[in-house]
Design a protein around this ligand. Structure first.
Ligand SMILES: Cc1ncc(COP(=O)(O)O)c(C=O)c1O
Length: 372
């Protein structure tokens, strides 16, 4: 048995009981409300964990990057890419995946659809397409139901593509959960209008895909959707806890760090800085710092250098010594996972498993392999 103390720090450690509880809860929530669960794997980037999700009833996975989709195609035959397929190489990589699995791509422009269509035809593949609608985040998405219909009609005519419905991401709903109700009602209304527009135009709408972790337990209030795509929920993080979408006890992933200096009064320095924790503020709720101590959330990482995290000891009686270990709950877990090569699973205090962050990075070829 490997003990936690045997790990070199900084290291990502996942409490497997908590992670499995998070997975089970979301799976049973989706089943109870008749929603398909299609988790976004950008949080864990691991085919092993995707299998855990699929074994609990997930219909498939959601990805953002071609690399994520390629890695996931080893274990999953139904993949949604929620990212515009713009760029010849990106479209070609996606079309390659579509030759092996059922691939669906969300997009919001005719050039993106045309590029995917050309790539699919060249690869001898078919891709399903969802028209992405801007539900209020103002990141991507067509701006009106009429625009969704216009794009839907164009997609329906393009070779190699099959229009399957619409997608939206309620990333603008990220404040405290208690205040979500009016925004969720607005969203349900927008979805009803888009559904009517598609029906009126005779366009197919078998899929209405939405969902996030801040809204995870309220997804059933977004009436009219068919599938939910939470990602962060597998691990949760300090931000998710601060807004009340989970408790600190549901945070499964921590950064295990070592105190490397206590020379400066009022603080302790750990070996987890921006290159382990990212520089992610708490969004959607009040909260200082870049992470907090699992055992005492009043202790926050108040500032960082690349390899140094400065713990603020002003609100605690805890006085760590050089060499002590600390577990930090990060503000935004997805960024933290992307910064690591490997994750360790712990059960009953011991290291029980480990897995690589297999889909991190872009999977880009070196020059010699570019083929031009
Ligand atoms: C398009 C899309 N869908 C789903 C998700 C999952 O949301 P969350 O991280 O809140 O679980 C994200 C997150 O970035 C996203 O960008």
């Amino acid at each position: 048995m490997t003990a936690l103390t045997d790990l070199e720090t900084p290291a990502l450690v996942v409490d497997l009981d908590r992670m499995e509880r998070n997975l089970d809860l979301a799976a049973s929530y989706a089943a109870t409300h008749g929603l398909a669960l299609r988790p976004h794997i950008k949080t864990h980037k691991s085919p092993l964990l995707a299998l855990e999700q699929l074994q609990r009833g997930a219909v498939g996975v959601t990805c953002a990057t071609p690399n994520e989709a390629e890695v996931m195609s080893e274990v999953c035959d139904d993949i949604l890419v929620m990212y515009p397929p713009v760029g010849e190489r990106r479209a070609a990589r996606l079309a390659g995946i579509a030759t092996r699995v059922r691939l669906t791509v969300a997009l919001d422009s005719e050039p993106a659809a045309a590029q995917l269509s050309r790539a699919a035809v060249a690869a001898g593949a078919r891709a399903r397409v969802l028209v992405e609608v801007d539900a209020g985040m103002h990141r991507v998405g067509v701006q009106t139901p009429a625009d969704a219909v216009v794009l839907g009609r164009r997609i329906a005519e393009m070779p190699g593509l099959e229009l399957a419905g619409v997608a939206l991401y309620p990333g603008h709903i990220r404040g405290p959960v208690a205040g979500h109700a009016p925004q969720l009602a607005d969203l349900a209304h927008s979805i009803a209008v888009v559904r009517d527009a598609f029906a009126g135009a005779g366009l197919p709408l078998s899929v209405v895909s939405a969902g996030s972790t801040p809204t995870i337990w309220e997804t059933h209030l977004i009436t009219g959707i068919t599938e939910m795509r939470p990602g962060t929920y597998i691990y949760n993080d300090r931000t998710t806890a601060e807004i009340g979408a989970c408790s600190m006890d549901d945070c499964a992933l921590t950064v295990l760090a070592t105190v490397v200096s206590t020379s400066v009064p009022g603080q302790a320095v750990i070996d987890a800085g921006t290159k382990a924790l990212g520089r992610e503020p708490i969004r959607g709720a009040a909260g200082e710092g870049f992470g907090c101590r699992l055992d005492d959330p009043a202790v926050v990482v108040k500032s960082m250098s690349e390899e140094h995290g400065i713990l603020d000891l002003s609100r605690t009686a805890w006085r760590p010594k050089v060499g002590d270990r600390v577990r930090v709950v990060p503000n935004h877990v997805c960024i933290v996972v992307h910064l690591a090569d490997v994750v360790y699973g712990i059960r009953d205090g011991d290291v029980a498993s480990s897995w690589p962050v297999a889909a991190r990075g872009r999977g880009q070829p070196v020059l010699a392999d570019l083929g031009r």
